[in-house]
Ligand binder design. Sequence first.
Ligand SMILES: [Mn+2]
Length: 390
Amino acid sequence: MAKPRNRRDAVDQRHVQVDHDRVWLEVVRLLDRFESIFREADNTQLGLPVDQLTQRVEERSVVVGEQHADSLALLCYLHFWNGSFRIVSAQTDGRPVALIGASLDLGAGRRGVDMGPSAIRYAGLAPRIERLGRPVFDWGNVEGAVPEATEMGSERVRFLAPIKQACERVAHLVARSVEEGLHPLVLGGDHSVAIGTLGGLSRAYGPGGVLWIDAHGDANRPETSPTGNVHGMPLAVALGLAGPEFESEAWTLPAVTPDRVALVGTRSLDPAEASLLSELDVEVYTMSDVDRLGLERVIRQSLAHIAGSGFVHVSLDMDALEPDIAPGVGTPVRGGLSYREAHLAMELVAESGLAGSLEVVEVNPILDNENETAKLAVELVASALGARIL
Ligand SMILES: [Mn+2]
């Protein structure tokens, strides 16, 4: 059974006897206040995402979410087991936000991204979130080691030891924020911090799903990485495919399973990443797919793919955006998400009520233009946390 997503808000289990054919009807009756989050116009059935658990055929989890007018979302996990649905957890996602900075640039090829958390705070992050009615608890930064004063170790996984140490502290804080009923918001730092974020989430909830919005795949393994930079590996690490060097007492791997991973905005994959991702049951929406299908459909399908038990996390690499509007990133690639596409992605994330945690990474103020990338990051976080034009 899925662990409660949020101890403080966990509700008592409710049992409803239903017969198998009338499951949907009973769910609707039980949850008459709820709207389907993926309802199709021509579909009279509720289009709730259903997670078929593999262990038992008769087990199903159903995730439902409601968006209130005041932008609070209620999320329930129902677990179908032995002919009854029970609510195993509910989460009011007006939870206060725990800011966890990760001042880390050891995973990147260029210096400066360690100042990302300061740049994002300076761009007004906390007041912007508080204007949404969500209190903010700023837990400061996990400090990474200084590259010039640190042993690099192996060229194939540069600075692995100090990166792991920092990520272990991030994992600890993320798990603690969940336990305290807070919404974890991790500020990078280079993308290797996601090892800590996903590690901490999996420690709190068990394995979950992730929406990975990024120009790159970040699915290299030490043996396939062209650079040895760990920020190109965190997704492979979280999938448990990057080898025993990444194991730690601070987390259990895999933190995410391939059938619960969706990449959006992809436009630069190394050959080994491309073959790994196509071997796995990972959903990859390249920029070409975004052009053809439209961003709304891409995000809705991604969310349906990653929904399920455990956790749902959103990892936003600012290099997913078009470099003209987000110049302050270490590895820019032309042809990225537009300003509106990025906002729409975050608005759809908020609307779904599915994501319980968020991270924004790779803001590099040295490479930025008057902090505009950090300011954009603040606005995107606000959209992800429920900001609306009207
Ligand atoms: Mn990345």
